[in-house]
Write a protein that binds this ligand. Structure first.
Ligand code: TXA
Ligand code: MG
Length: 323
């Protein structure tokens, strides 16, 4: 593949993106969470292209994006809880892992051979329009090289994947900024596989029950993509920093000013007002900016564990994990 086209968010750009997908190509597109790297989920050859472009291990299944709940029901079997979650949070930043339906058309490869499937109805108008125009489920992981920071702009996508994919549909900055929350409804109690754009509290309030943690069965993590080290910038990441050491860059949250911040290599505040939504929206692009400062480490101030703080801290812990 030679050149990656940058498509504008208008009717012509959309039509072109849909035609590339329909002929088995790869198109990155905006969702409300992060940019996804899309391929026709029913075409195993196209799906194989995603794994190759990202250098993603093929045991790690992809989320199938669909336009609405009706389309989701063709692919997966929804129990009562799954149905209620879909009704409450779709379209939006929630992925439901449910048993595969007999009518499923998503390729085995996209599901990594599992008998479950991850489904999501994205809320971004461009993502929705693309799903309608392509008229098929679209498999889409985050549009970054495997293990790297997820992209929230078209420029981030090109930074990682230029020359490896056919096109990117430019829809500006992704609004939520962290990936979807993943909940498995596979019989028994629903489990939280990944904290994300829908806070745990909102889900628990709806189903009036605690979400179980994802337990690992033997060597197989429930969400195979949740490897400990992930979302990794080049620089080392140091959490809960109360002072910034020489040569470090600082990622702050809210009012506290840790010692040493004045002499930091670079400093960015995720949200001066302590707004977790704003912080999530800035997270990945600020990590990239601080990484680009050339700092040897990024020191991160404490961030509350409530609401979207759950997803933000999860991503930061993975960024800080042993590589
Ligand atoms: O917000 C998002 O979810 C973004 C946008 C593009 O939709 N997508 C995304 O995809 O974050 P990805 O591939 O980076 O993360 C998907 C996660 C992986 O950890 C994968 O293991 C898990 O979902 N997953 C997918 N299907 C699954 C299944 N059947 N069972 C368990 N985990 C599954
Ligand atoms: Mg990802």
């Amino acid at each position: 593949m030679a050149k990656t086209e940058r498509l504008t968010a208008d009717a012509a750009g959309l039509a072109h993106a849909a035609s590339i997908l329909r002929r088995g190509g790869l198109v990155a597109f905006p969702t409300e969470t992060v940019y996804g790297l899309g391929a026709d989920a029913t075409n195993a050859g196209a799906v194989a292209g995603i794994y190759a472009a990202k250098e993603r291990p093929s045991f790690n299944p992809l989320i199938a994006h669909v336009a609405d709940f009706e389309a989701a029901q063709i692919q997966g079997a929804f129990d009562d809880t799954a149905r209620r979650l879909a009704e409450a949070f779709w379209p939006g930043p929630l992925t439901l892992v449910v048993p595969v339906a007999e009518t499923c058309t998503v390729s085995d490869l996209a599901r990594a051979g599992l008998d479950s499937i991850g489904l999501r109805v994205p809320a971004h108008p461009l993502a929705h329009a693309l799903l309608v125009a392509a008229d098929r489920p679209i498999a889409a992981p985050s549009a970054n090289r495997s293990g790297r920071v997820s992209p929230t702009t078209a420029a981030h996508v090109l930074g990682d994947l230029d020359g490896r994919i056919d096109a990117v549909l430019d829809g500006g900055h992704a609004q939520v900024g962290v990936e979807s929350t993943i909940v498995a409804c596979l019989g028994g109690s629903p489990r939280l596989l990944r904290p994300g754009g829908v806070p745990r509290e909102a889900i628990e309030a709806l189903i009036r029950q605690r979400l179980e943690a994802a337990v690992e069965e033997g060597a197989n993590p429930l969400a195979p993509g949740m490897l400990a080290s992930h979302y990794a910038p080049r620089a080392r990441v140091r959490l809960n920093a109360t002072r910034i050491e020489a040569g470090e860059a600082a990622l702050l949250f809210g009012a506290p000013r840790p010692d040493g911040v004045k002499t930091a290599r670079a400093a960015l505040n995720l949200s001066e007002n302590g707004d977790l939504k704003e912080a999530a929206a800035h997270l990945f692009s600020y990590l990239r900016q601080l990484d680009a400062s050339g700092a040897e480490a990024i020191a991160v101030g404490p961030i509350p564990e409530t609401g979207l703080g759950d997803a933000i801290n999860d991503r930061l812990r993975r960024a800080a994990a042993e590589r």
